[in-house]
Design a binder for this molecule. Structure first.
Ligand code: SF4
Ligand code: SF4
Length: 630
């Protein structure tokens, strides 16, 4: 076995600098340059104190002008902006979940989409009170999908999956009117409340932000995750690789980017087709390599072991390698910059969703009915583009790390069975993990999530925080671009146990796991909610009592705000490295960092100094341990 070494952020940056040199030769733009053009940012926007929700404005709050034209004060303006921010994120995740429900509805025994995990489908159907006995699995899939789709607009009741939470959490939601009703209703209610002349009371706005967030976490995202598992299989530990070095110079490189596995799964399926591989060879390539960027990459890595080319701020780098035949995207987190950038190379920038249409792209509309035919067309288009490469521009940084991914909640419980004495203890529970935490072998767990953001040196916060936490015997569960940062660094290689404290190292050896567990994409943060709920129920505690915290050190999107709201809404203290445009209002800061504890027993901490952010998380975990007397 070769000697194991983590890859450093300096090494990532040197590789990027080399790629930017190629970019300079062809006149390509890149985010590194656009950031300079936008800096310094507008202070009113940064503090959240500007309002443009009616045409009496835009209004900006200053000492001399403490109210907008309608009379709204700074707290109302910051609060409304915060709620709109959340609603955008909740809508985005939830629409993703809705698409997956539609894909499930289209599944058929002889169709493009099949039910790969019938047991999980039956489990969910039973959970929802749907009769399963004697039913054809596809009739059941359609019934479950339709019931799921009703979660978006049902006139009465609250989200079905809320019942997965411990009763104490459900009681808090009921008592404080936070239990999300229909998903779309929460998004639309948020936009109603934040309209000119509606709510300007920070408490009401934050409460609605939590409710809209919860409709995402325990609604849209959870359905997105659960039904993706039903359709494409529940992830199990699988080996893969991460970083740009996964692209293969002699092969046709197809990069999938975006979020919805309905597209990326089909692309992978056809890229594996012997007919397509033979065609690629005819065109002069040795084969076809599919790799991924952002969350769709996480989806196909978790289920198929497809390698991860990079995370959010690496999306331009895949094109800058000069070896990307096609970057195929669906929705969310796709830089419109990819259009003009691709034009500087031979790369085809293929958009596929009516939701995300961009200039300078080739639009191949993808939907469940024509999925096979469209995926085949996309793969053929990429293959035929291989001959158009400009060899003088090709440079793939030879940098990659091995990673073991695929830690769904089911897979984590299974891994824990490996350390259970089956003569004495029951299998299939989280008890071994609770025992490790109670005995102090593990101090606790941190859920690391979220994006990259040029405000924070990309990937540094993710990687440095993870290193610090694992050295302190804190296990990490990760998703989204945070997970990819960990994989690129090597923290998902099982050999990374050697950078852990003695307790975590021992657990990694016994359970045969890496210290950072990849739980999937951003919608898969719902897996973390289920895991936290199960741990709390197994321990007989409130979620808020567990020595577990959430962290998004480099977050940037509206979706991340929605996530933050549902994570604190679920009783998990959350640590942010970037301010959610709220610092302009003392009342909003007070509510977000303290006031929410009264409703959900958790709150945010915002700390831009990464060292201090890590210390604060460790201190919070130790505080929770002390309160439990462990
Ligand atoms: S709308 Fe606000 S953030 Fe945008 S430029 Fe004007 S003041 Fe700045
Ligand atoms: S809602 Fe009020 S603060 Fe906002 S732009 Fe209109 S007048 Fe100005």
């Amino acid at each position: 076995m070769s000697e194991f070494k983590l890859t450093t952020v300096e090494e990532f940056e040197a590789a990027t600098a080399r790629l930017l040199e190629t970019g300079a030769k062809v006149g390509a733009d890149a985010w590194q340059f656009r950031v300079k053009n936008q800096t310094p940012h507008c202070k009113f926007g940064e503090e959240g104190v500007c309002c443009r929700i009616c045409t009496m404005g835009p209004c900006r709050i200053t000492k001399k002008a403490p109210r907008g034209i309608c009379g709204c004060d700074v707290h109302g303006i910051v609060g409304r902006n915060y709620l709109k921010f959340t609603a955008g994120g909740s809508a985005t995740h939830s629409d993703h979940g809705r698409e997956i429900c539609h894909t499930l509805y289209e599944s058929a025994a002889d169709g493009c989409y099949k039910v790969k995990d019938p047991d999980k489908l039956i489990r969910i159907a039973k959970e929802w009170g749907i009769e399963t006995e004697g039913k054809d699995i596809y009739d059941l899939a359609h019934e479950v999908a339709e019931t799921g789709l009703m979660e978006y607009g049902k006139p009465f009741g609250t989200q079905r999956f809320l019942k997965r939470a411990p009763e104490s959490q459900q009681e808090l939601w009921e008592k404080n009117e936070l239990a999300p009703r229909a998903i779309d209703r929460e998004v639309s209610c948020s936009l109603h409340m934040s309209h000119m002349g509606c709510s300007s009371k920070p408490e009401a706005l934050v409460k609605q932000a939590i409710r809209a967030g919860l409709s995402d976490g325990w609604g849209g995202s959870m359905m997105g995750t659960e039904f993706s598992d039903v359709l494409f299989g529940t992830p199990k530990p699988i080996e893969t690789e991460a970083n740009l070095g996964v692209m293969v110079e002699d092969n046709v490189n197809i990069v999938v980017h975006g979020h919805d596995p309905s597209l990326s799964e089909m692309i992978c399926e056809f890229a594996d087709d012997p007919e397509m591989i033979a065609y690629a060879k005819e065109q002069g390539a040795k084969g076809i390599t599919v790799s991924g960027v952002c969350c769709t990459s996480n989806e196909v890595a978790m289920r198929r072991g497809i390698p991860m080319a990079g995370n959010f701020l690496q999306q331009e780098n895949v094109v800058l390698t000069g070896a990307c035949e096609a970057i195929v995207v669906d929705v969310q987190c796709i830089f419109p910059a990819l259009g003009p950038l691709s034009k500087c190379f031979h790369t085809k920038f293929i958009t596929t969703s009516p939701i995300a249409q961009m200039p300078d792209s080739e639009f191949i509309r993808f939907d469940a009915h024509t999925a096979g035919e469209k995926a085949k067309l996309i793969v053929r288009t990429a293959i035929e583009n291989f001959k158009n490469r400009k060899p003088e521009l090709v440079h793939i940084p030879q940098m990659k790390q091995k990673a073991t991914v695929g830690y769904s909640t089911e897979a984590i419980v299974k891994a824990l069975d490996g350390v259970t004495n089956s003569q004495v203890d029951e299998l299939g529970t989280t008890k071994p993990l609770l025992e490790c935490i109670t005995s102090g072998v593990l101090r606790g767990a941190v859920a690391m999530v979220g994006c990259n953001n040029p405000r924070v040196r990309p990937d540094l916060a993710h990687i440095e925080l993870m290193k610090k936490l694992v050295a302190n015997d804190i296990i990490i569960i990760a998703s989204g671009c945070s997970a990819q940062a960990a994989a690129k660094a090597g923290l998902m290689d099982k050999r990374a146990k050697d950078v852990c404290g003695a307790g975590l190292k021992r657990v990694c050896e016994l359970a045969d796991i890496p210290p950072v567990l990849h739980m999937g994409s951003c919608v898969d943060i719902s897996r973390m909610l289920v895991l936290a709920a199960t741990l709390a129920k197994d321990a007989g505690l409130h979620i808020s009592q567990l020595p577990v915290v959430g962290c998004a050190p480099e977050w940037m999107s509206e979706k991340a705000v929605s996530i933050g709201n549902y994570v604190i809404g679920s009783g998990i203290d959350t640590f942010l490295g970037v301010d959610p445009y709220a610092c302009g209002s003392s009342e909003m800061v007070e509510i977000l960092t303290n006031g929410t504890k009264e409703w959900v027993e958790a709150a945010f901490t915002v700390e831009k100094d990464i060292e201090k952010l890590g210390d604060a998380m460790i201190a919070k975990i130790e505080e929770k341990r002390a309160a439990l007397g462990i």
